[in-house]
Design a protein. Structure first.
Length: 327
């Protein structure tokens, strides 16, 4: 009797084909769109005041502004690495968790900009932008051209990253998870999802109230600066908080429908709530506003609730993705 040695076969990571013309264009756009922001941040860290008008808090706030500029410079530089991960063969060998964290953060930071900046441009084109009185009431912060250059670059980055991540995810993970029916998650996760919905609804309601001209809990300076343009920003943040709550509840409840939309709502809404809530909370606590009006308690609570919404939504995502892998 002859014996035969069986050699087990082990799954290998998929290899990514050479990027086609479309992905090469998106890669070039993503990389090029980082240049203006990186150049401005490098100049500011070096002590330049280019694009910062006289009287701006950014000229007077001390070390916290230097730290913030250095941190955001590093964050945008990381985007270059992320783009290479999504388009180079070695990107398929990067551990999934190591890729998930920067993609989650990038999604969160860029999503409100992708909603708000084009919305503001549309309002201006239609003649519904901020009037002279509103512009005069604003405290000096940055020259107008800086917002156009920076947020225009961020918009291109967001669109390019989305266009690169989708085919990367399809090639690496295929159709697993999002296209399958959703299993009901354990009760503790359902409680967390319910908390996401409640806190997200409260945060979303406050943002939408401010978006349409509500003045309660706002300092006089912010009331004077209100316009349809600032309203669009509040709409973006409110919509993301509501999306996080809705998506988390649908993921926790399970169901026969594919998880694609609940997963997208939780991911996009939760990441935006966590990233921007934490960023704005940090800036409000760190900046020295001098004689200007400090943020109200309600503003701080709203940012804290926004952060909590995002972090709890991330917990639901982790639980869902963990159960999907175990299935």
């Amino acid at each position: 009797m002859t014996t035969r040695t069986l050699h087990p076969t082990y799954p290998t990571r998929p290899s990514v084909p050479a990027p086609g013309t479309g992905r090469r264009i998106l890669r070039a756009v993503a990389l090029a769109s980082t240049v203006p922001y990186l150049a401005l941040k490098a100049a500011w860290v070096s002590g330049s005041h280019i694009g910062i008008p006289e009287g701006s808090v950014l000229r007077e706030s001390g070390p916290i502004v230097v730290v913030a500029n250095t941190a955001t410079l590093a964050m945008d530089a990381c985007l270059i690495v992320l783009v290479l991960v999504l388009t180079r063969p070695w990107g398929m060998r990067v551990p999934g968790w190591l890729l998930t964290v920067p993609v989650f953060v990038a999604t969160g930071l860029l999503t409100p900009i992708l909603i708000g900046f084009p919305g503001q441009m549309l309002l201006r084109a239609m003649g519904w932008g901020a009037g002279e009185a509103v512009r005069a009431a604003r405290e000096p912060f940055l020259d107008p051209w800086v917002f156009t250059v920076v947020y225009g670059g961020f918009t291109l980055q967001g669109l390019a990253l989305a266009g690169l991540f989708v085919p990367y995810a399809r090639e690496r993970w295929g159709g697993r998870g999002p296209g399958a029916p959703r299993r009901r998650l354990p009760s503790p996760t359902g409680v967390v999802a319910g908390a996401v919905a409640v806190v997200g609804a409260a945060v979303g309601a406050v943002h939408l109230y401010w978006a349409f001209g509500g003045t309660a809990w706002l300092p006089a300076a912010r009331i004077a600066e209100y316009s349809a343009e600032t309203g669009v920003v509040s709409v973006a943040h409110g919509a993301c908080a509501l999306a996080a709550g809705a998506g988390a509840v649908m993921l926790a409840r399970g169901g026969k429908r594919p998880a694609r939309w609940p997963l997208a709502l939780t991911w996009v809404g939760g990441s935006a709530a966590a990233a921007w809530g934490l960023w704005m909370l940090t800036m409000q606590l760190g900046l020295d506003f001098g004689p200007a009006e400090p943020p109200t308690v309600m503003i701080m609570l709203t940012y804290a609730g926004q952060t909590l919404t995002g972090l709890l939504a991330a917990a639901v995502l982790i639980r869902y993705l963990g159960s999907d892998r175990a299935a």
